[in-house]
Ligand binder design. Structure first.
Ligand code: GAP
Length: 515
């Protein structure tokens, strides 16, 4: 675990050093849980958004896009339930004066049981080698069974407390489990209180009677309130979806782990409107489609898992997270929720407008049910970087830091490098660059040895380095050096575009989604 934390610290430092992520307002000592994306970060972020948008909107002919405003009528947040129920249960340690989310403290306690089980399994794996049968070991080993039973009991108690909204019981669990504050090391806890996560501001001058408005905590509501606009103007037939990418804001109290939990972040959300009664079929469909989308990136299928929710949000009748194995354990990257007709019905009630769909096949009107897929751009960004960051030992005792980013997401697709700065090589390299940059994000670099230049590109995850040498001037070939294998290959300049295009455009990945 300590080793993993170490890797995570190095990743955070790497993000800064190579222009991926900077703390916001850094020259003023930063602003808690707010970050800026640098020259490479913004490219990676844009590529993530494009991969999502194309997979959702371009690939599904019944999904269309939207870009709604951040500021919305305040009643929207009353109707959505956020004013009354968008709360986190908080607890303070009286000695350290640090504030924690009570549910997170308990989840971390449950994860400790998993760690213990994992340790037992790893020990046995080493001892028994190829003979080892993990499933049987889990079913029979007394230590594993004991830890699993403790976890299950805690899990059942925790779920009940959450579902009953029982804050006293949450506190009692923390006391009974002897959870200590990581800073003070004491069990001196306050009561658990609810805290609303929405930021508010004022619109209009006070003289006119300013209106209190909220910065949206999710992009979803902008979709619901535009349901009729899009359905009617696009002549959309159910089932259909509306997708949107945009900023969301939450006054997170426990904002830790870099860009994992931020106060200003970006979401990619899609609401899929279906006939009542068909929601579970579509819930399963989108659950599977979304996992395929993640896995198509080739970061390792074993690094993803589903996690069903213990406590359903006020609007949902089913919910699953897609989790990724971060350096600090499996964590939620995306949520898939069956939101029933809660939002549309509630907006109909609060606005006084009829929000229904006339289904020509059934010859009747109804309020559609909704399946939502919701993923944080920043959290996806972190999961991709965490999976891609590698420190590798090379032959001869050397090491390299490489970002094994999926080529489709890499900020720079190819670097063009003249072997030396004379003999017409820079001019030839520029010529190649000028053709390639019409389609790909390229970098030109002529400084330092070729080895150093390769390392710089490895560190930002550039999949291809194209080196121009004297032979290039004679036979129109270049050396392509591949980031992951570090193998080199001589190829004709005329073949370069097709080779790179095949790897860096989404088409190959999208084929996997449609299989
Ligand atoms: N509309 C549903 C919704 O907002 P959510 O589970 O609260 O559901 C969806 O959020 C996704 O948004 C999460 O899976 C996560 O990727 C991202 N997200 C939520 N809060 C975040 C935060 N404070 N910082 C970064 N990403 C966040």
């Amino acid at each position: 675990m300590a080793q993993q934390e170490d890797v995570f610290k190095k990743l955070v430092a790497h993000c800064k050093e190579y222009g991926f992520v900077f703390p916001s307002s850094e020259i003023y000592d930063g602003l808690g849980a707010v970050y800026d994306y640098g020259q490479n970060g913004v490219e990676l972020k844009n590529n993530i958004k494009k991969y999502w948008w194309d997979a959702m909107v371009k690939l599904n002919d019944n999904v269309v896009g939207l870009d709604s405003a951040i500021f919305m009528h305040p009643t929207i947040w009353k109707a959505s339930g956020h004013v009354d129920a968008f709360n986190d249960p908080l607890i303070d340690n009286k000695d350290s004066k640090k504030r924690y989310r009570a549910d997170v403290l308990i989840e971390e306690q449950m994860a400790k049981f998993d760690d213990k089980i994992e340790k037992e399994i790893n020990k046995a794996k080493k001892k028994f080698g190829d003979e080892f049968d993990e499933a049987k070991f889990r079913e029979t080993n007394p230590n594993v069974l004991r830890e699993q039973a403790k976890k299950d009991a805690l899990h059942a108690r925790f779920s009940k407390a959450l579902n009953d909204n029982n804050l006293e019981e949450l506190r009692q669990i923390i006391i009974d489990e002897e959870i200590v504050c990581p800073i003070s090391g004491t069990k001196n806890w306050t009561e658990v209180r609810q805290f609303n996560l929405m930021f508010s501001t004022e619109m209009g001058s006070t003289a006119d009677g300013a209106m209190k408005i909220y910065l949206r905590p999710e992009t979803a509501q902008g979709i619901f309130v535009n349901f009729l606009n899009v359905q009617k103007t696009g002549r959309m037939k159910i089932p259909f979806g509306i997708a949107q990418i945009g900023k969301a804001f939450r006054n997170e109290i426990v904002a830790r782990q870099f860009i994992f939990r931020m106060r200003e972040f970006e979401q990619m959300e899609m609401q899929f409107f279906v006939r009542p009664g068909e929601e579970m079929k579509w819930f399963d469909y989108w659950k599977s489609f979304r996992l395929k989308w993640h896995k198509a990136l080739g970061m390792g299928d074993e690094n993803y898992q589903y996690h069903d929710h213990d406590k359903l949000a006020h609007y949902a009748n089913a919910a699953t997270d897609i989790e990724f194995r971060m350096p600090f354990g499996f964590k939620e990257v995306e949520g898939i929720h069956s939101r029933t007709d809660f939002d549309l019905s509630s907006h109909a009630k609060y606005s006084g407008k009829k929000i229904e769909y006339f289904d020509p096949e059934l010859n009747k009107s109804y309020t559609p049910y909704v399946i939502e897929t919701s993923i944080g751009v920043d959290r996806m960004f972190l999961s991709i970087l965490a999976g891609a960051y590698k420190e590798e030992a090379l032959e001869g005792g050397d090491t390299r830091v490489v970002l094994r980013l999926p080529a489709v997401l890499a900020p720079v697709k190819l670097a063009v490098l003249p072997l030396i700065k004379k003999d017409g090589l820079p001019e030839k390299a520029r010529e190649i660059m000028n053709t390639m940059k019409l389609e790909f994000n390229c970098q030109y670099d002529e400084k330092d040895s070729i080895g150093k230049r390769y390392r710089r590109q490895d560190a930002i995850g550039t999949p291809f380095c194209v080196t121009v040498d004297h032979q290039t001037l004679e036979d129109n070939t270049v050396t392509v050096r591949y980031r992951d294998t570090m193998q080199q290959e001589r190829i004709n300049i005329d073949a370069l575009h097709a080779m790179i295009s095949k790897q860096v455009t989404g088409a190959e990945l999208f084929k996997k989604l449609l299989e």
